[in-house]
Write a protein that binds this ligand. Sequence first.
Ligand SMILES: N[C@@H](CCC(=O)N[C@@H](CS)C(=O)NCC(=O)O)C(=O)O
Length: 213
Amino acid sequence: MPVLKLYHCQNARSFRVLWMLEELGLPYELEVLKFPPRFRAEGYLDINPLGTIPTLIDGGHTMTESAAICHYLVTRYGPSDLAVSPEDPAYADYLNFLVMGEATLTFPQTIYLRYTRFEPEERRLPQAAADYAQWFAARFKAAVTLMGPHYACAGRFTAADISLGYAIKLANFIGIADAVPERAQAYWACLRQRPALQRAEAADRKEAVPFRP
Ligand SMILES: N[C@@H](CCC(=O)N[C@@H](CS)C(=O)NCC(=O)O)C(=O)O
């Protein structure tokens, strides 16, 4: 098996992949970059033309979508209970929550971040930021009504929980914890007990190192 290589920035979506690698106990190489690597890591665009984080290299394969990478790892290097198979009645919910964590619950947070922090002062848009924080809150309020009592679906921990869990982690990190429903914060508190998540958090805190292509 080729060594899996993950390009990561602290608190970025690559955390999902780090967490999954730790859950699966797979050996991996971690390259921690300064954010945003598009500007701060010379040569990174040659590896990932989108310039985004994560990038996972698995032999000749390059992947850049955090939710897809989680599903890839668990199915490619499984079998593992962390995936839900197409024969399982929870398969539809599993895929739905896996994608929802990124497309519905993380994307609006990036609009919020952009217009509160990343843009220069004169381009910041407090109204757009507030609207997207509200949008995130409304979507999450509805999403929790679809989730199972302890986990998103299937009655067990799966890659979908990693996808959703990161959306909560990010909201707490960027200061919009109030937009996360109470029930989802309780769910996140339970997920945080997982040793693999704690190992991923320890790896996440590693100091950013200079980029070596
Ligand atoms: N849908 C992608 C989004 C990747 C993404 O936008 N990552 C952010 C970090 S969390 C990034 O690289 N932003 C910096 C940039 O766009 O230059 C995923 O789930 O991995």
